[in-house]
Structures are given as C-alpha cells and as structure tokens.
Design a protein around this ligand. Sequence first.
Ligand SMILES: Cc1cc2nc3c(=O)[nH]c(=O)nc-3n(C[C@H](O)[C@H](O)[C@H](O)COP(=O)(O)O)c2cc1C
Length: 232
Amino acid sequence: MEQPAPDPARLRRSYEVGSLTESGLPADPLALFTGWFADAAASELLPEPNAMILATASDRAVPSARTVLLKGYGPPGFRFFTNLTSRKGQDLAANPRAALVFPWHPVHRQVIVSGPVVPLTREESAAYFGTRPYGSRLGAWASEHQSAVIDGREELEARYAELAERWPDHPGDGHAVPLPEFWGGFRVVPETIEFWQGRPDRLHDRLRYVRPVSPEGEPDVDAGWTVDRLSP
Ligand SMILES: Cc1cc2nc3c(=O)[nH]c(=O)nc-3n(C[C@H](O)[C@H](O)[C@H](O)COP(=O)(O)O)c2cc1C
C-alpha cells in the first residue's frame, strides 16, 4: 500500500502485435466480436473478459459510467443485469441509449458498442436470476436501493441476515429467493460497433460497423452493416 504511484503522463506502451484490415473482415460484426472475445478470454490476461464499461446519460444529459458484466450477446443485442432503481436504471428509464466499452488493454484491443437500450422481459430476467448463486440472489435483494447513500456496512449485512432468515438455503434442496421486482436486465441494441486494434507509432486500426437507423431513430436490425475506417 506504500508503493509510490507511477506518473500517468510517463506511462507509454508500444503496440506491436496484431492488425485489423478490411480484407477478410466478416460482414457481421458479431462474428468479429466473438473472435475477439474468445481471444481476450484465451489470453488469460483479463480476469473478467466480460467486464465492460456501461455509459449512460440522465434526462438532463449528465453522463455517468460504471463496470457491469456482459451476460449474453447475439443479433438482438448485448445483455447485462442490474438494479432498475439504481442511477443507471434511472438514466435508462429516462434516456434509453447507452455505450459499452470493452477495455481489453492487455491484448491491445478495445470494442465500443452504442445504440438504444431495451429492457428484457420479466421471463428473461427471471431465467438469468435463477442461474445466480444463492448469495448473489440475496445480495441483489439486500442492495434494493443500489446507488443510494447508506448509514454503514452494518445496515447491508443486517439486511442480508434478515433475508437469509426469510429465504433459508437448503443445500441440495434449493431455496426460494424470488426475482426482485426492482431488478432485471437490459440489452443494448447495436447501432455501431467499433473495433480498435493497437498498432505501433499510434497508427492504430479503427474499423466501425454502422447500420441504418429508421426515421424513429431505431437501428434497422434487418439491414446490412457498412464499415468505415476511422482516423486513430
Ligand atoms: C468487475 C465489476 C463487475 C460489475 N458487474 C455489475 C453488474 O453486472 N451489474 C451491476 O448492477 N453492477 C455491477 N458492478 C457494480 C457497478 O460498477 C456499479 O457500482 C453499480 O452497478 C452501481 O452503479 P450506478 O450507481 O452507476 O447505477 C460491477 C462492478 C465491477 C467492478
């Protein structure tokens, strides 16, 4: 804990491995995402390769960002779960758009997804909640007011103990912790997906897939993607 922190202005790294070119690029960005996600996981350099930064903005355009875990992805979007009354939950209720950043620095890559956000159905949220371990389910209940100021850690632990009494765990025989009504999932429907590959001399590769947006501002999920190269 006593180690001096490095001066961030002096930290510099050269990116020597990998490139991202237009030739052989898949027409579907999810295919490329799958390959990169697999690489990130296989590198074993990222303890949680499915950790992503979720950026939202409030009804007054105040931005905020935090880490959440990707819990599934596919043509309909990128899924995560959270407390619906949290700061991000309130932002998304008022302004259902978001950006996701996958900060895969150790493999010299970054992926940024942006688009509208759609709540998952209660059935989808219940299906995922059912896969969470007992402690995580109780934890979701104990943090009913996620993002609110609390008096101290004791408050949280007392609430957890109370809930454990209400819904005891019967190892081998399950338990009955239900899906809280204040908890659920969202999916970010990709409108753009940008792939960033670090290259030497800061001449990085940036390829951004974009799909057409309807007059109502929704991505046309049946339309094909176009790819632009962006200046690094
Ligand atoms: C590695 C990591 C993974 C996390 N995963 C989630 C998650 O999947 N869902 C969630 O609600 N919070 C998750 N959190 C906590 C959030 O970053 C954040 O503290 C919390 O959701 C409250 O955010 P908000 O006040 O901006 O709404 C995670 C934090 C870290 C560091």
